[in-house]
Design a protein around this ligand. Sequence first.
Ligand code: NCD
Length: 306
Amino acid sequence: MNHLLSVTDLTDHMIESLLFWADCIKNQGPRAINPLPDSIMASFFAEPSTRTRLSFESAMHKLGGNVITAADASISSSLSKGESLKDTFKTLSKYANVIVVRHKDNEWPLEARKWASVPVINAGSGSGEHPTQALLDLFTIQQHFGKVHGLSVLFCGDLKYGRTVHSLISLLTRYNCKIYLCPAETLRCNPLFGNYGELLEKLVQTPGILVDHAAVPGILPDMDVVYMTRVQQERIPYKNDISEFVMTKEKAEMMRKDGMIMHPLPRNSEISEEVDDDPRAYYFKQVENGLYVRMSILQHILKIQP
Ligand code: NCD
């Protein structure tokens, strides 16, 4: 494994190996493994983050490695002085063995491929992709159901600008999952899906895939997973009242007992807090699993695991 910039960089075998190793880490306790004492991870985040940045940093510390950080890099780094991504990647490559990057430009991974001389991990590229979130989501689903193949998954919310959705749908289609989409009003699926234009355009044409808000309660009992997302207000050029499906305790109880309610977090009002105590709420499990999956990714990228 060299860079991890898109889920399309991953073969089925790599995914299996990443998830297998994440499971080993989870079972033996993350502190037991200490194989990266000489490695440095640079985390370079030019967009806000709580979970992704801190879980990567925690993962590297737990692996015995070292971390250097540019948080708020859009202000605190020389990007704010007009430095190019090319010069930024060339510079970071001199200081670290692996670079973890988040930036608002959907196309920054192309620059990383050209200019970075150490592996780069995509921690969010604008409204395009978020491959490590998709891997931890996949891991969480697999841990719960013991499989991913053939599951029914409903995506609700910002399916246009939500990068986690794009990466996860791409992964789930490899497992023949049945995908349903309930986009927030005014953010209906359209070709502005960036790299996933083709995939999601094709999906949208599948009969029955698009579900209206009013019809969601009717299909909840048939869903294995309901994946909720926040409206990415910071990426939307207009401020509007956007109506969307809201997961309440009552709606959660319409799902099967072993169904999963997932969310990459942060949430706004699309999941009521009363749902947090429902056994179907898996979003804080995702948070925990993020640590194991990112430890596994770092070990693979730094060639400690096959
Ligand atoms: C997501 C992101 O940054 O894309 N958060 C995350 O990494 N867990 C989702 C979001 O910001 O809505």
